[in-house]
Unconditional design. Structure first.
Length: 570
């Protein structure tokens, strides 16, 4: 029986672009042309150059750049800010840059078009350094003066066929046309792989998105993926949905507040879990988050703090007033605070930034304070989708995350937790408790999955020595907080003192009465003993008297007997 034929597996060339190789399951099709299309400023040239540079530096695959717009000097200068040293790569024979000028007027006048000259120059550059990768930027300049669609299609096929025969992995950039991916509407059909880059501006907020439109012979992600362009190049975020396959942990981590840990069974939160701390303005949400960050650093673990309201110096200064010194942990490299305004990026871009910083800093805990501000740049559903993906990513990395969210007294349904209260593992609610003309704070554990936790309301106290939770204090009118609790405690202490004083006075009175009674008893005892002595004396005298009388009687009797005997003898 003949063995089944093995499927031909498409060979791929890694781009080295963070996240993109995950989306395409290995990069671009090796030995085939790929079209990168998009509007002006979408990042086509940068994507292509990074593909060439990463291949040369990381994989040792030399590359050739053919540019029809920018000269080599301009290109080198433009990408130097990203850390790409094209001059050095050329000196090391890992890169060749060739600027080709296309005179459109000559093509329009003669009507002739021949790519043979381009093929000769390109072939020479490839052979000179043994190039494996090629970049052509942009195809509009190459065919811009050609109006005959038949010739255009034929020349496009000829160009793409020549690149395939040469066995190089090629990237060709193209600009978006009216109602089609490219200006001519033909390039995408002859390309083996088509990548579309989009730069959208909605409500004055820009977002960059990438989509794999076409990839012959390979599975790939089909969604739109946000990507970021910064000083390190392009970063693509491939997370699109909850996978629910993250490893769980039974290990606990402290909240940084011993009393809160005791409310959570004495051990704190589960590691790699998610915690939501929501509350009205000024209830201490940031203080709770800072205590959590401090506890992380005290364990010699890293914490990444995303702040959307205050700058890092503001946070450090303000928390020093409650004896939380985060500055020392920043100096030790255990804490990093990333502050930004929500309006600086779109939601997807914020997600990319977080993803990238987490990968770079490798924290064990993450704090996001507050998530409510993100609602200014997206709808409730969009924010929830973004945070859902973020939770999934952090849990997959084994990172414990704490969110803070703002709620208002008139929002009885607590919608400003952005709908993630059902997704998080633990939910802490801090509320104002107004009574006796003052405002105090109460802390509740709304839920904590998988562990026993207190159902009591604790008074949340913030002082210059730190933060603490006061045990439930019940008075005649219910739970007492603030000055009412202190007044009741004072009354109870006073009552105890008064009772103690009254008991002492009664004890002294009892002691005096006991002494008087004992004195009386002693007097009566002495009187009794005196009477007893008198009685005993009387009894003794009677006995002595009887004894004497008996002796006298005997003596008299004997005397009589003696006299009677004497008379008889006479």
């Amino acid at each position: 029986m003949a063995s089944p034929k093995k499927k031909n597996i498409l060979t791929k060339a890694l781009t080295g672009i963070s996240g993109f190789d995950e989306i395409t399951q290995g990069g671009l099709p090796a030995g085939r042309p790929t079209l990168i299309c998009g509007s002006a400023g979408a990042g086509k040239t940068l994507f292509s150059i990074e593909f060439i540079v990463r291949g040369a530096v990381q994989l040792g695959e030399p590359g050739v750049i053919i540019t029809f717009e920018e000269k080599a000097e301009d290109l080198e200068s433009n990408v130097s800010s990203l850390g790409f040293d094209l001059k050095k790569l050329q000196r090391d024979n890992l890169l060749r840059i060739d600027y080709v000028h296309i005179d459109r007027s000559e093509i329009e006048e003669t009507g002739e078009y021949d790519l043979s000259g381009l093929f000769i120059r390109l072939d020479h550059a490839i052979n000179q350094i043994g190039a494996k990768r090629v970049m052509l930027d942009t195809i509009e300049n190459l065919f811009g003066g050609l109006g005959n669609n038949g010739i255009l299609r034929a020349e496009l096929r000829r160009l793409f066929g020549w690149l395939k025969e040469k066995g190089v992995t090629a990237i060709i950039t193209g600009e978006t046309g009216e109602g089609q991916l490219t200006r001519h509407g033909l390039e995408e059909y002859v390309s083996d792989c088509v990548i579309f880059l989009d730069h959208r501006v909605i409500n004055q907020i820009s977002t960059r998105l990438l989509r794999v439109v076409k990839y012959r012979g390979s599975l790939h992600g089909t969604n739109e993926y946000p990507f970021l362009i910064d000083e390190e190049g392009i970063s693509v975020l491939p997370v699109t949905s909850l996978l629910m396959d993250a490893q769980i942990s039974s290990q606990r981590v402290s909240s940084g507040i011993p009393a809160l840990d005791r409310m959570l069974g004495g051990k704190g939160f589960y590691r790699a879990g998610s915690i939501l701390v929501s509350g009205t303005p000024g209830t201490g949400k940031t203080s709770i988050a800072a205590a959590f960050a401090k506890a992380t650093c005290e364990r010699k673990e890293r914490c990444l703090y995303f702040a959307f309201e205050e700058s890092a110096p503001q946070i450090v200064r303000n928390l020093q007033s409650i004896n939380i010194d985060l500055g020392s942990y920043i100096e030790k490299g255990l804490l990093q605070i990333h502050s930004s305004r929500p309006t600086s990026h779109g939601l997807e871009m914020h997600l990319v930034v977080m993803h990238k910083l987490v990968k770079k800093f490798k924290p064990r805990t993450v704090v996001i304070d507050p998530i409510t501000n993100l609602s200014t740049i997206g709808s409730m559903q969009e924010v929830k989708s973004m945070l859902t993906r973020l939770i999934d990513f952090l849990q997959g990395e084994g990172i414990t995350v704490m969110f803070t969210a703002l709620v208002f007294e008139n929002q009885t349904n607590l919608q400003t937790d952005e709908g993630i209260s059902s997704l998080v593992d633990a939910w802490i609610l801090v509320k104002d408790i107004e009574a006796n003309g003052e405002r105090n704070r109460g802390l509740y554990i709304m839920k904590s999955r998988g562990m026993k936790h207190s159902n009591q309301v604790r008074e949340f106290v913030i002082t210059d020595s730190g933060i603490d939770l006061i045990d439930v204090y019940l008075g005649a009118d219910g739970v007492l907080v603030g000055s009412a609790r202190e007044a009741q405690q004072l009354n109870e202490v006073t009552g105890i003192e008064l009772r103690s004083h009254a008991l002492g006075r009664k004890d002294r009175e009892v002691d005096r009465k006991r002494l008087v009674l004992e004195a009386k008893i002693a007097s009566l005892r002495e009187e009794f003993e005196s009477v007893q002595d008198e009685l005993n004396k009387s009894f003794l005298e009677e006995d002595l008297k009887k004894e004497i009388m008996e002796k006298n009687r005997v003596a008299i009797t004997q005397s009589r007997n003696t006299k009677s005997t004497g008379n008889a003898k006479k």
